[in-house]
Design a protein around this ligand. Structure first.
Ligand code: ADP
Length: 655
């Protein structure tokens, strides 16, 4: 199926609403008419020119034909004249029957047979000697039958004998019509009307056919064979005017048709222009809507190929519309988008919430609404999606949730504080008693000979635990009473060793091996000893708990060192305690999550241990860190700033 084409625009601009047909293009519809008119004008000029040339040629042809006919007629008459002169020279002296004499003269008889109507013999006194007529000749079979009974012309030849040069005249009368209508000139008779005119312009003889008037080109020339006569040739058919010739008529008809077609075209053009104007307005409105919409819009064909995207959509994903359309499908960073999208049912008007990735890697929460995209014929060609960026809304919701959680934590903490305060208050007295009694028992057992060492060790451990518990309760009471902590310069290694020694029996029971690696050159740290010991024991307990389900060897390594902790930027280094275990690790959780109050993955956990540790460390100006160990397990560490004064003293004492 052919991909549907949709008008898409760049972020810089789109179809300018004002951009229509250029003024030239607006009048393009007139072009065929104008060109046709120009063509017609050229044809008319050509026809006129051609007509002039043809008329000139025709006139010359008529002239040539007239002169040719005149020459031929003159030649024929000259021949007749020569023959008459020959007859005149052969005339015998007039006898008893001169008429008979004349008619039987071979030259005369031949002349009468040929063309002559009659021959008259005149003597020197112009008296008729004899006369011979064609009609008198039996079985006349001349080439011509006389048709005109009217005007006739004659040839004259002088008669003479030996004694006198002129004794009379021989006059031969002939019909000029016979001459002109001679079949020898049939080709002329078909084309021309031939007329012989007198000097006064009267028609002596004409080849005019009744009912047919010759109207064409005419030419006159003096007919020298007959004194004062003129020969005129007139074309029977008149040369038509150039504007009545078929090509010109056809061209004019063509012009009329083109004019009608142009009118129809103009009407159509106006309609198209109106439609185009409406379309442009609509497109401009649509563009403004798309540009101003805060909702991302995008159109895809049925194969999921992107066809169109509006500015908001482009800003949302960080790609230009050209990049998106050129790629056809979603760019790499948007693969998730497409995958997610294909899961959305297109007719799901309620929209679907999903997550997209911006070009810069940022994650967006979006709501996608899809509806079918149809073409002009109502055929579905793809899907039109509107996308609402709900990231900010989500963030605010999350913030609100956290604030609610913090508030509820605060409420729980304050309740817990009250409980702790009451407990601390109530436990203080019994614990003090336990401490002093256990110390007394341990002392007494130590003095008594034969005391079992196990019993003595248990009494001493009891005394130490009791005094630690007493210290904790005391510390809690001091913190709750907002009394300042008593900070003393202490050796962290000692505290680490004490804490490990305190928990060793428990760790042994849990099958955990502890290894210590203590840096003996560490500076002293001003601290609340009980608090820091509480931090270390808490980290050790957590490590032991994390490995409780672990099948692999359970081991805790405790290391102390002077470290330059990047975020703290103290080039001298801070005293750092690092506790590493071989448990399951942190499962992607960061220190923020782990130190959230009440966050716990343990059944019996309170989720307060690490939060209290962090609070204790931060109250010392230190920090708590957590990360996965290099091989397996978790690595918790904390850093404390060294005590400057004791550090300087130590430096001075070192040789
Ligand atoms: P609690 O011990 O009562 O759960 P904590 O604040 O001490 O509370 O610990 C919070 C959570 O941190 C624990 O529930 C556990 O999921 C995680 N955690 C602490 N230490 C470790 C460790 N060493 N290895 C893995 N997870 C740990």
């Amino acid at each position: 199926m052919a991909a549907p084409t949709l008008a898409h625009h760049t972020q810089n601009g789109a179809v300018p609403p004002s951009a229509g047909l250029s003024p030239w293009a607006r009048f393009l519809w007139e072009a065929p008419l104008l060109l046709s008119m120009l063509f017609t004008a050229l044809v008319v000029i050509w026809a006129q020119d051609n007509d002039t040339l043809e008329r000139k040629a025709l006139r010359q042809s008529v002239m040539a034909d007239t002169l040719s006919l005149e020459a031929q007629l003159a030649a024929r008459l000259e021949t007749e004249a020569v023959k008459l002169r020959a007859a005149a020279t052969h005339l015998p002296p007039a006898g008893a029957d001169p008429n008979q004499q004349l008619a039987t003269l071979p030259e005369i008889a031949a002349g009468l047979d040929r063309r002559w109507l009659s021959v008259i013999w005149l003597d020197a006194n112009m008296r008729i000697v004899a006369e011979a007529r064609r009609e008198q000749r039996p079985g006349t079979h001349g080439q011509f039958q006389s048709q005109a009974q009217g005007i006739s012309l004659h040839l004259i030849a002088p008669t003479s004998d030996e004694r006198r040069p002129q004794t009379g005249q021989l006059i031969a009368r002939y019909d000029p019509t016979d001459l002109i209508k001679s079949k020898d000139f049939w080709w002329l008779a078909a084309q021309y009307e031939v007329q012989l005119l007198s000097g006064l312009g009267e028609v002596i003889v004409s080849t005019e056919t009744p009912g047919q008037v010759a109207r064409g080109e005419t030419f006159e020339t003096p007919f020298n064979a007959v004194p004062d006569a003129r020969l005129r040739l007139t074309q029977r058919v008149r040369q038509p005017h150039w504007f009545t010739t078929l090509p010109v008529v056809l061209i004019v008809g063509f012009l009329v048709l083109i004019s009608i077609a142009t009118l129809l075209l103009r009407r159509q053009m106006r309609q198209v222009t109106r439609t185009e104007g409406a379309w442009r307005t609509e497109a401009a409105w649509r563009q403004s809507l798309e540009e101003s919409a805060l909702v991302g819009l995008r159109a895809r064909d049925l194969d999921g190929k992107l066809l169109f995207a509006n500015r908001t959509f482009c800003e949302m994903v960080g790609y230009s519309v050209d990049e998106l359309v050129a790629q056809g499908s979603a760019p790499d960073a948007m693969v998730k988008t497409t995958q997610d999208h294909s899961a959305i049912h297109p007719t799901q008007r309620a929209g679907q919430e999903t997550r997209w990735r911006h070009r810069d890697g940022r994650i967006l929460d979006v709501m996608v609404f899809e509806s079918p995209l149809v073409d002009g014929a109502g055929q579905q060609v793809g899907w039109m999606g509107s996308i609402v960026d709900v990231t900010e809304r989500k963030r605010l919701e999350e913030l609100e949730r956290r604030q609610r959680e913090v508030l509820s934590n605060h409420a729980r903490l304050s309740t817990l504080g009250e409980v702790a305060s009451t407990l601390a208050h109530e436990l203080n007295q019994p614990l003090t008693s336990i401490v002093s009694y256990s110390a007394g028992i341990a002392k007494a057992l130590g003095k008594q000979p034969g005391t079992q060492p196990d019993l003595l060790a248990a009494a001493q451990a009891l005394s130490r635990h009791a005094s630690l518990a007493g210290g904790i309760v005391h510390r809690i009471r001091s913190r709750l009473a907002r009394r300042d902590l008593v900070l003393l310069a202490c050796d962290v290694n000692t505290i680490v060793s004490d804490a490990v020694a305190l928990l060793t029996p428990d760790l042994k029971r849990a099958g955990v091996a502890v290894s210590l690696s203590l840096d003996s050159s560490l500076p002293l740290v001003r601290m609340d000893r009980i608090g820091i010991e509480q931090v270390i024991t808490n980290l050790l307990r957590n490590a032991s708990d994390a490995m409780a389900q672990s099948a692999s060897p359970r081991a805790i390594s405790v290391r102390t060192a002077l470290c330059v902790v990047p975020p703290l930027r103290d080039s001298a280094g801070w005293v750092t305690v690092i506790v590493t275990d071989t448990g399951p690790g942190l499962d992607g959780r960061d220190i923020e999550t782990l130190t959230e109050a009440f966050f716990s993955t343990k059944k019996e956990g309170t989720g307060l241990g690490l939060a209290i540790c962090r609070s204790i460390l931060e109250s010392h100006g230190g920090a708590l860190y957590a990360q996965d160990a290099e091989r397996a397990g978790a690595c918790f560490s904390f850093s404390l700033p060294p005590d400057k004064a004791s550090q300087e003293t130590q430096a001075a004492a070192t040789p």
